[in-house]
Design a protein around this ligand. Structure first.
Ligand SMILES: C[S@@+](CC[C@H](N)C(=O)[O-])C[C@H]1O[C@@H](n2cnc3c(N)ncnc32)[C@H](O)[C@@H]1O
Length: 254
């Protein structure tokens, strides 16, 4: 009896073991994701960072003056997921929109995976975004991404009417942080996400104030955690809207 009992792990031991296994999975996955980035061995006239996704080299030019001109690790997390989960999330010929595309890695990888991508961000960011996207997709993609302004919450009905704009996926990497447009961002998700749309959203956790966004998001959307990477403070979520119909700003079903 004594021997038997000593072989059964206590709940404490199991919890510790689970914790160690989770940490090992996190470390392994984070290492794999971060290993996709490399730096040129020789610096040329134009600095760039390299990434390997879909067995292809992707060169990204950053510029340090604005947020959107830097590539954030959440983008790599989302790209890694898309590349390694094509059986479940097949982007081929799918309509995809990316919010806050920044330097364009997620747009580029989605396009390499066969999606028809609408890549969006603030007007100031679009020049560098377009440059990166065009230099990397040339002769490699079935569809050329459309790069266009989308300032969260603005002119959604006019520029992206629900009757004609159906997206299979909304992609977003590191769009929730200390900026004053969190409600507008929520409205943008709400406007673009129709009954069958799936949101894939990589969230970097920084401050409690911004983290409250996740709770508010869950009031409107079903949320599933796909990756949990504490070592990077990043989670990847899949979401779908809770109500089956979408409403316009007057509350009318559309
Ligand atoms: C932290 S960066 C992430 C960029 C990119 N997704 C990545 O992970 O590398 C946040 C992005 O959101 C964009 N952004 C910030 N406020 C915005 C707004 N009000 N409307 C649209 N885009 C916005 C920024 O221009 C920037 O590209």
């Amino acid at each position: 009896m004594d021997t038997e009992q000593s072989n059964i792990p206590s709940q404490d031991t199991e919890t510790k073991q689970d914790g160690r296994e989770d940490a090992a999975v996190d470390a392994e996955l984070a290492k794999d994701i971060m290993s996709r980035c490399f730096h040129p061995s020789r610096l040329g006239p134009e600095p760039w960072e390299g990434y390997i996704f879909s067995d292809l080299e992707i060169r990204i030019k950053e510029s340090t003056d604005i947020y959107g001109a830097v590539l954030w690790p959440s983008a790599m997390v989302l790209c890694h997921f898309l590349e390694t989960n094509q059986d479940k999330y097949n982007l081929a010929d799918k309509n995809v929109i990316e919010l806050g595309a920044g330097t364009g890695l997620v747009t580029i990888v989605s396009s390499l995976l066969g999606a028809k991508v609408t890549s969006t961000d603030l007007p100031d960011v679009l020049g560098n975004l377009r440059y990166n996207v065009m230099r990397n997709i040339k002769d490699r993609c079935k569809y050329i991404p459309q790069i266009t302004e989308l300032t969260w919450g603005q002119e959604l009905d006019q520029r992206f009417p629900r009757a004609t704009h159906h997206f299979d996926y909304i992609l977003a990497a590191d769009v929730v942080y200390a900026h004053p447009y969190l409600e507008e961002l929520m409205d943008t998700f709400d406007h673009l996400c129709q009954e069958h749309t799936q949101i894939l959203w990589a969230m970097r956790f920084r401050l409690d104030k911004e983290n409250g966004f996740v709770g508010r998001f869950q009031q409107r959307f079903h949320l599933e955690e796909l990756y949990d990477l504490p070592s990077l403070s990043i989670k990847l979520y899949r979401a779908q809207r809770k109500d089956r119909t979408t409403k316009d700003h007057r509350g009318t079903d559309v």
